[in-house]
Design a binder for this molecule. Structure first.
Ligand code: GDP
Length: 596
């Protein structure tokens, strides 16, 4: 059985150099081959075996690697969420991953997310410690080999590099990974290879390609055997509207052969889509188009390959689902295949009763990553979907707002927002929060909730009375009536202008009209403060007496609001005070009932 190219996926924190490494690889391939001999892919770049041989010539003897694979296929998608899109249930379509880490920055938030994804899918990986050229004193060398270059670096630079590598080793060990610079790895089955490189100068590229090749050959050979003639199996990466072709799907085929005219099944928003491939297209290399054409039409394509498919009924296709050719496959097997696709979608595209946020995303993989993160944060989800944010989503969020205002929101990941959705969102005040970084999207939501809660608290504080217990200070009556002005000490809680107060028997005394501290008007007085208060319609020595204890009048209604919103701010003393006050009110009511 032939071996297909392994599919390599890159994961990285933003700006750590994923695109630059891919660009460097692509340029290197183009520079070392005649343009006509390069196989172009959609959403992927192929590095043929002879290019790997050429680049890593000086190392092949040292590492004793006999290159047997036909080459490497690098999947080229933005965002590490793409990786989840690429993994198939029960296995992983990305055969091997490169975790790119900017050596000057170390492990960052999305690096952590990536490590967790790699752990979850048990995908073998190497670490590309990128941007070594930024190490103080680095002297760039004209070579693709890190080992060749490092030998020519000053001693201090070598030490600096090692310091950075060991801080990476330390960081990775926190996630349970034993790692080491590749040339010091002693146990290849247990240690993760760290390959220092520079996407800018190309130093280290030789080792990166060669080590990946070696790992694929050593550990993945069985996985890479495939039936060339069998029906094609692949993953839909993107569904795009092309200005000339209409709706097309960019697909990675990782098993079998796909032919023009083949009947295929894939996941759609309204169930399984069954359609016939009308055209298979590969991109034309820049500068190769004779008549401005963008694609070359081919009759068939074998694994592993990135290809654009044109077929009817693709508009509802879900990026991230499996696509399988059913040509010559019996009914029974087709049913199984359809179930496989359904199980891939179930649990990811959901709609349920009750409250929760609404999530719209571009692919099944990104949606899955968002769901996972929302769940880990304990944030409930009402509805998820693939594609644009629509007015319906905003209206759904409005219904949720009626149940729980902090969940009435649409989260949008890498998808457009229709005009009427944006307008509705403005009109009814339902926010649409957008980002194309999973972590960032969830953070944005949390920030929004925090901000809303703070706003609500401020408003509530003006409306609702806080518990308070004050004592009328003896010898501090400044005026006996109209208004009555006297000094109090706040024993517990806090008082504000406008608060109603009662005595220890639960009799309403009056309302605090104003407060002064050292002759300055103030709105609020906290525990321990001694302030002068003024009250209308009360008279000193009649309604108010020296040493009298006054309580802020709180109702069971305001208490539940207080407890709900200010649970963290209320001290245990204040919670006791609430109980004490409610008790007084309850006793006063019972007394009243007893009298009538
Ligand atoms: P991505 O977000 O991971 O795809 O990161 P990019 O490839 O876009 O790189 C982010 C920035 O880092 C860009 O300005 C690159 O030019 C720069 N960069 C990437 N790799 C290297 C490198 O090896 N050395 C240096 N000096 N800069 C780099």
């Amino acid at each position: 059985m032939p071996i297909r190219q392994p599919i390599i996926s890159m994961l990285a924190h933003v700006d750590h150099g994923k695109t630059s490494i891919l660009d460097k690889i692509r340029k290197t391939v183009v520079a070392s081959r005649e343009a006509g001999a390069i196989t172009q892919h959609v959403s992927a770049s192929e590095v043929p075996a002879d290019v790997i041989r050429e680049i890593s010539k000086p190392l092949i003897n040292r590492f004793k690697i006999d290159i047997k694979i036909p080459g490497l296929l690098f999947i080229d998608l933005p965002g590490h969420e793409a990786f989840t899109t690429l993994r198939e249930r029960g296995g992983s379509l990305a055969d091997l991953a490169i975790l790119v880490i900017d050596i000057t920055q170390g492990i960052q938030q999305q690096t952590v997310e990536s490590i967790n994804i790699l752990k979850q899918y048990k995908t073998p990986f190497v670490v590309a410690a990128n941007k070594i050229d930024l190490i103080n004193g680095w002297v760039p060398q004209d070579t693709y080999s890190f080992l060749e270059s490092i030998n020519k670096q000053p001693e201090r630079v070598r030490e600096l590099l090692d310091e950075k590598i060991y801080s990476l080793v330390g960081g990775l060990s926190e996630f349970g990974f034993d790692s080491e610079r590749f040339d010091r790895v002693t146990d290849t089955t247990k240690q993760v290879n760290i390959i220092p490189l520079s996407a800018k100068t190309g130093e280290g590229l030789a080792e990166l390609l060669l080590i990946i090749t070696g790992m694929c050959q050593k550990y993945l050979e069985e996985n890479l055997k495939f039936e060339v003639s069998g029906p094609a199996k692949g993953t839909v990466l993107e569904v795009k509207e092309d200005k000339d072709l209409g709706i097309t799907a960019d697909v990675i085929i990782y098993d079998g052969t796909l032919n023009k005219g083949d009947e295929v099944i894939l996941g759609g928003l309204d169930g399984i889509i069954k359609t016939k491939v009308r055209a298979l297209m590969k991109p034309v290399l820049p500068g190769q188009a004779k008549h401005g054409e963008r694609f070359i039409y081919v009759d068939s394509v074998s694994a592993a390959s990135g290809i654009k498919i044109f077929a009817p009924n693709l508009s509802n296709a879900i990026p991230g689902t499996l696509i399988m050719s059913v040509e010559g496959v019996d009914e029974e097997q087709i049913k199984e295949m359809e179930d496989e696709i359904r199980s891939q979608i179930s649990g990811i595209i959901v709609e349920r009763e009750g409250e929760g946020v609404i999530v719209k995303a571009d692919t099944l993989g990104s949606l899955e990553a968002i769901i996972r993160m929302l769940k880990s944060e304990g944030i409930p989800i009402k509805k998820t979907g693939i594609g644009k944010v629509t007015k319906r989503d905003v209206l759904d969020a409005e219904v949720v707002r009626g149940l729980d205002k902090y969940l009435g929101v649409v989260l949008s990941f890498n998808v457009p927002i229709t005009e009427d959705a944006a307008e509705e969102s403005r009109t009814i005040g339902i926010p649409i929060l957008s980002s194309n970084v999973v972590y960032d999207l969830v953070e944005r939501y949390k920030e929004w909730v925090k901000h809303e809660k703070e706003k609500d608290k401020e408003m509530l504080l003006v409306k609702v009375q806080w518990p308070a217990k004050v004592r009328v200070l003896p010898g501090t009556c400044f005026r006996t009536s109209n208004p009555c002005i006297f000094g109090v000490e706040v024993l517990k809680g806090r008082i504000r202008k406008g608060y109603k107060v009662m005595d220890e028997q639960g009799n309403l005394i009056g309302e605090i009209k104003g407060m002064q501290l050292n002759r300055e008007h103030i709105d609020e007085a906290e525990e321990g403060m001694r302030v002068a208060v003024s009250m209308d319609r009360v008279a000193f020595n009649k309604d108010i007496k020296e040493d009298m204890i006054l309580y802020s009048v709180i109702t069971p209604d305001t208490v539940s609001q207080l407890m709900r919103t200010f649970d963290e701010e209320l001290t245990s003393d204040e919670k006791d005070l609430i109980r004490e006050t409610l008790n007084i009110i309850r006793k006063a009511r019972l007394k009243k009932v007893g009298k009538t």
